[in-house]
Design a protein around this ligand. Structure first.
Ligand code: NAD
Length: 261
C-alpha cells in the first residue's frame, strides 16, 4: 500500500506583496527602515514616513519607495499622508528616561501623541480603504514594555500598553472586513534609539558600554543578545503573508525569552 503524503508547497522566501501598498512610520531609521526595506523586497509599494527629511528621502531612494516628511505629533501632518494603504506599520517612537516624580509633563504628552494618538489617527485614516478592499494588515511595533514595566520609563511603558490595547480593538473591529491587527513586541534591538540609551547610561553610571549592555539592558533576556532590526522586519513581513492570516489581536514577543521569565 502506498501512503499518500501531502505535498508541501515549494519553499518561497516569504509572502508575495506585489500589488500591496504599505505605509511605515519612523521608516528613516532602525526597525522602521528595516521594515520598509523588507516590505519593498517582498514587492510592496512603500510609503516611507519620518520627521527627519534626510533619512526619509534616503531610505525611499534606496528601496524605491515614496518619501513623506511628517511630524506624527502634528495631527494636521497626518492628514497629508496617503489613506489608500493595505499595510500600516505603526513604528515611530521615542524614549525619555527619568523618575516619575521628575518626568517632564510635556515629554509625557509628546510620547503619547507620537506613539498612541498618531497610530489611532492613522488607523482611522487607512482602515476605510482596507475594509473596502476586504484585506488589510495593521502591525504595531510595541515592545516588551507593552507587557512589562521598567523604572524611569513611565511615558514609554504607558504608551506601549495603550498601543497593545488599541491594536486589540482594531483586531476585533477589523476581522469581519478581512483586516488583522497585531503587535510585534521586541526586547532590545540594535538601533540608534538603544545605542543612545547605552551611551547615556554608561556616562550616568561611569561604566563601559559593554557593562551597560550585559548588566542593565540584557540582564532580563535569557538569549543575552540584542536583536537585529532585520529580525523584527522579518516578523512584520510574515504577518502580512497567508500563513499568518489567522493571527489577530496578538502580541508577538520577540524578546529572547524576557517575558517568559
Ligand atoms: P530609532 O530611533 O532608530 O528610529 C525611530 C524613527 O522614528 C526615527 O527615524 C525618528 O526620526 C522617527 N520619529 C521619531 N519621532 C517622530 C515623529 N514625531 N514623527 C515622525 N517620525 C518620528 O528607533 P527604533 O529603535 O528603530 O524604534 C522604532 C520603534 O521600535 C519604536 O516604536 C520603539 O519604541 C520600538 N522598539 C524599539 C526597541 C529597541 O530596542 N530599539 C525595542 C522595542 C520596541
Amino acid at each position: 500500500m502506498t501512503s499518500e503524503l501531502p505535498t508541501p508547497p515549494p519553499h518561497t522566501a516569504g509572502p508575495d506583496l506585489r500589488g500591496r501598498t504599505a505605509l511605515v512610520t519612523g521608516a528613516g531609521s532602525g526597525i522602521g527602515r528595516a521594515c520598509a526595506a523588507h516590505l519593498a523586497r517582498a514587492g510592496a509599494t512603500v510609503h516611507v514616513v519620518d520627521v527627519d527629511a534626510g533619512s526619509a528621502t534616503a531610505v525611499a531612494q534606496a528601496i524605491g519607495g515614496l518619501p513623506h516628511i511628517a511630524d506624527l505629533a502634528d495631527p494636521a501632518a497626518l492628514d497629508t499622508l496617503p489613506a489608500a494603504v493595505d499595510i500600516l506599520v505603526n513604528n515611530a517612537g521615542l524614549q525619555h528616561v527619568a523618575p516619575l516624580t521628575a518626568f517632564p509633563p510635556e515629554r509625557f504628552a509628546l510620547i503619547q501623541q507620537v506613539m498612541v494618538t498618531a497610530p489611532f489617527l492613522l488607523m482611522r485614516r487607512t482602515l476605510p480603504h482596507m475594509y473596502a478592499s476586504g484585506w488589510g494588515r495593521v502591525i504595531n511595533i510595541s515592545s516588551v514594555h507593552g507587557r512589562r514595566a521598567s523604572a524611569f520609563k513611565c511615558a514609554y511603558v504607558a504608551a506601549k500598553h495603550a498601543l497593545e490595547g488599541l491594536s486589540k480593538v482594531a483586531a476585533v473591529e477589523g476581522a469581519p472586513h478581512g483586516v488583522t491587527s497585531n503587535c510585534v513586541s521586541p526586547g532590545y534591538v540594535r538601533t540608534p534609539l538603544v545605542e543612545d540609551q547605552v551611551r547615556a547610561q554608561a556616562a550616568a553610571h561611569g561604566i563601559t558600554a559593554d557593562a551597560v549592555l550585559d548588566d542593565v539592558l540584557l540582564a532580563r533576556s535569557p538569549l543575552g543578545r540584542l536583536l537585529e532590526p532585520d529580525e523584527v522586519a522579518a516578523a512584520v513581513v510574515w504577518l502580512c503573508g497567508p500563513a499568518a492570516g489567522g493571527i489577530n489581536g496578538a502580541s508577538i514577543a520577540l524578546d529572547g525569552g524576557w517575558t517568559a521569565t
